[in-house]
Design a protein around this ligand. Structure first.
Ligand SMILES: [Zn+2]
Length: 338
């Protein structure tokens, strides 16, 4: 259901323009996007409408990433105990993307979640793929934390051979030490035809983004907003063509350093410097946000013009894992927007 108190609203004219813009959502955690109705129904709560979580309020701020992660474990992960539930959630989440004018989505799920629920990876992927609506291009990523290999090495190794899996993402608490297995697995994943990305520069400083680029050799960083703290890194992102998949409302509600208000969000300075940025929702269940609102936020609080927002949308399509003909078709449509 829609958040009755969204962080951003727009005039009908601007809202219609944003909705029509062909957009990409390249940073979306499936579990963190679980629809409220599905969670309520699974808990046996059939009251309608479901109770609105406190964290949907625009003034809500998480006190720490640990608080956020604890809610992840208690509120959404227990839902994912059958392949059917992955399917049901993906179907609802992707329908929301389509309703907002999305053409391309990259969504991840927590790979060790399959082990907790005793589920088969290829079976879950088949269920997820069966949930993709016509006309939407979707890529599925397996996500894992810095310390997941010890308990889940067999699963992580096996996932490199799953045809239905498009790539890997590194997520979870950034402050956990990076272990040596990660670079080797990221390298092997690319050799197996998987796309690789990693979360960095959300809670850890710019030096950590440099480390991730040096060792994991990714070209897409999830968040990366603290890159702004290092002019040398900003130049590196530009010269090496690294894309930052930024989630402005997520950054605000998680109280990321340097972002006490949306007006101070570094996406304006990163964009102006020439860094390739995209915008996404990250975990809409936990932020009560919608992709369209991210565009409203940039327009209202960071003075992004329509032309600049077209460029942000274009960035999302340019980095999409689509074949050149599909990409060309969507980019040609974007050319008609001003
Ligand atoms: Zn994320």
């Amino acid at each position: 259901m829609e958040n009755p108190t969204p962080s951003y609203r727009a005039t009908p004219d601007f809202a219609a323009w944003v909705r029509a813009l062909p957009k990409a959502e390249t940073h979306l955690h499936l579990e963190g996007a679980t629809p409220l109705e599905l969670l309520a129904a699974a808990s046996g709560l059939t009251a309608s409408p479901p109770r609105i979580p406190a964290f949907w309020h625009p003034d809500f701020r998480y006190t720490s990433f640990d608080q956020f992660e604890a809610l992840y474990v208690s509120d959404v992960m227990p839902f994912y105990n059958t392949a059917q539930r992955y399917h049901d959630a993906a179907k609802a989440v992707l329908a929301t993307c389509v309703a907002q004018g999305c053409r391309y989505v990259e969504t991840s799920f927590h790979l060790p979640g399959l082990a907790f629920a005793g589920l088969d990876g290829p079976e879950v992927l088949a269920a997820l793929r069966a949930a993709v609506p016509p006309g939407l291009h979707v890529r599925f990523f397996g996500g894992m934390c810095h310390n997941d290999y010890a308990a889940h090495h067999a699963l992580i190794n096996a996932s490199l051979d799953w045809d239905g899996l498009d790539g890997l993402d590194l997520h979870g608490p950034e402050y956990l030490p990076m272990e040596p297995w990660t670079a080797a697995i990221w390298e092997r994943a690319r050799a197996a035809g998987k796309f690789t990305k990693a979360h960095a520069g959300e809670f850890m400083p710019a030096s950590y983004v440099d480390w991730v680029l040096d060792h994991l050799k990714v070209t897409r960083i999830e968040h990366g907003v603290r890159s702004i703290e290092s002019p040398a890194l900003v130049q590196r992102l530009i010269s090496e063509g690294i894309t930052l998949d930024v989630c402005p409302i997520s950054n605000l509600k998680l109280a990321v350093q340097g972002i006490p208000t949306m007006r101070e969000h570094p996406i304006r300075r990163l964009f102006d410097a020439g860094v390739k940025v995209t915008i996404s929702t990250d975990d809409p269940y936990f932020f009560g946000n919608r992709l369209e609102e991210e565009y409203f936020a940039l327009h209202q609080d960071l003075a992004f013009t329509r032309t600049e927002l077209v460029q942000v949308a274009r960035n999302g399509i340019e980095v999409a894992l689509l074949d050149p003909a599909e990409k060309k078709t969507i980019l040609a449509e974007l050319d008609t927007f001003r």
